[in-house]
Structures are given as structure tokens and as C-alpha cells.
Write a protein that binds this ligand. Structure first.
Ligand code: PRP
Ligand code: URA
Length: 209
């Protein structure tokens, strides 16, 4: 699939396996989500634009690259996406953070919007949408649609685990965006949970049930 990158780094694979383990507790789970987001972010942000700026080393004046322009907006899909924000901010501390609130109806599995706040000027930023799980793809696809409606153009989507159904849907509805996936799993079950997956990401990050 064009525009889709499935991560292949042993460190990411190792940490995702730890995340899947049902014996991994909330504290360790949070740390792992943040670490995986940072490792994936390193790859997803490899094309951030840079521009040369004048600085002076102890030896001489020189022109060297720094991140250019209005830079980055990180946009977590609430709630679980919040767990990934710190990892990306470790890489780009100057990034702005927007929020999109969506929850899946437990019966229909359709996403419902409850919040949207994005940093201006959104049309001039690289936008990294983060959510640990891409299951049916409904939440991810709706989040990207909302960002486009607000003027967002250069959009990337990053998830830790995707189901084939969700990846296919997000790519079909938004073929223009770059998608980064930590691990591509086998399938969805009858409750639209990813198999083998890691269970409910939001509950595991926040310790709810
Ligand atoms: C989870 C997850 C995604 C969504 C994925 O959130 O964090 O946002 O489900 O499912 P989909 O691809 O089928 O839309 P959830 O709706 O459980 O909300 P929460 O993060 O507040 O727990
Ligand atoms: N949301 C989750 O948190 N986990 C899944 O497996 C599917 C949707």
C-alpha cells in the first residue's frame, strides 16, 4: 500500500510484545506507550522540513539546519492517544498539541465526536495524529476528516497496532496521508477488538475498566 509504513525495528517489536502482555500493569504500560511513540516518531518525522540558520560555534560562524517554519502539531485522539504525546514531545519539545475527542459506541462501534481543538495556523503545520489502536478505522478516518475540515493539509497518522480492516479503511478514505503502524495484527473479533491486540488501550493507560 502506498503511503503506509509498517515498523520493522527490533526495539519497537520487543516493546509492543511487552505492551500486549496482560500481566503488564498500568505504570509500565504507560511508559511503554510513550517509548514506542518516541521510537516510531523518529521514523515518522524524518521528512520534517529544515532550514539553515546562522550560529556561531566556539570556532567560527556557520549556517546549519534547524526545524523550519510553523513546525509540528501533535493531535492525540482522546483518550488513549494522550499516552503517546509525551514520547513525541521528547523529540520535538516545541510542538503544539491539539486534541480530538472521539469514542466508539460499544454497540455499533461507530465513532462519536465530543471535542476538537487544533493549534493555529493548522494549514501551515505538519500534523501528526496519534492513537495506539486502529481497529475498524472509524475513529482514525473521522479524526483526519475533522482536521481536513479545519484546514489541515500535511497529515500523518501513527498507531501502535492496526487491524487490516482499519488500515485499509483509513488508506481508502484518506489516500493522501502517510500512515505509520507499529504492528499489523491478524483481524478484528465480533466486538471489533483487535486480535491478538492488547485489549482496551484507554483502560490500560488510565487504569479504568
Ligand atoms: C479506542 C482507540 C481508538 C478507537 C479505535 O478508543 O483508542 O480511538 O478505539 O477503534 P476504531 O478504529 O474501531 O474506531 P475508544 O473509542 O475505546 O475511546 P477511549 O480512548 O476513550 O477509551
Ligand atoms: N480499541 C482498543 O482500545 N482496542 C481494540 O482492540 C480496539 C479498539
Amino acid at each position: 500500500m502506498d503511503n503506509v509504513t509498517i515498523m520493522d525495528h527490533p526495539l519497537i517489536k520487543h516493546k509492543i510484545t511487552m505492551l500486549r502482555d496482560k500481566n503488564t500493569g498500568t505504570n509500565e504500560f504507560r511508559t511503554l506507550v510513550e517509548e514506542i511513540a518516541m521510537l516510531m516518531g523518529f521514523e515518522a518525522l524524518r521528512d520534517l522540513p529544515v532550514e539553515d540558520v546562522e550560529i556561531e560555534t566556539p570556532i567560527e560562524k556557520t549556517s546549519q539546519p534547524m526545524i523550519a517554519g510553523k513546525k509540528l502539531a501533535i493531535v492525540p485522539i482522546l483518550r488513549a492517544g494522550l499516552g503517546m504525546v509525551g514520547g513525541i514531545l521528547n523529540l520535538v519539545p516545541s510542538a503544539k498539541v491539539g486534541h480530538i475527542g472521539l469514542y466508539r459506541d460499544p454497540e455499533t462501534h461507530e465513532p462519536h465526536e465530543y471535542y476538537c481543538k487544533l493549534p493555529a495556523p493548522i494549514d501551515q503545520r505538519t500534523i501528526l495524529v496519534v492513537d495506539p489502536m486502529l481497529a475498524t478505522g472509524g475513529s482514525g478516518a473521522d479524526a483526519v476528516t475533522m482536521i481536513k475540515q479545519h484546514g489541515g493539509k500535511n497529515i500523518k497518522f501513527m498507531c501502535i497496532i492496526a487491524a487490516p480492516e482499519g488500515l485499509e479503511r483509513l488508506h481508502r478514505e484518506h489516500p493522501d496521508i502517510q500512515i505509520y503502524v507499529g504492528a499489523l495484527d491478524r483481524q478484528l473479533n465480533e466486538n471489533a477488538y483487535i486480535c491478538p491486540g492488547l485489549g482496551d488501550a484507554g483502560d490500560r493507560i488510565f487504569g479504568t475498566k
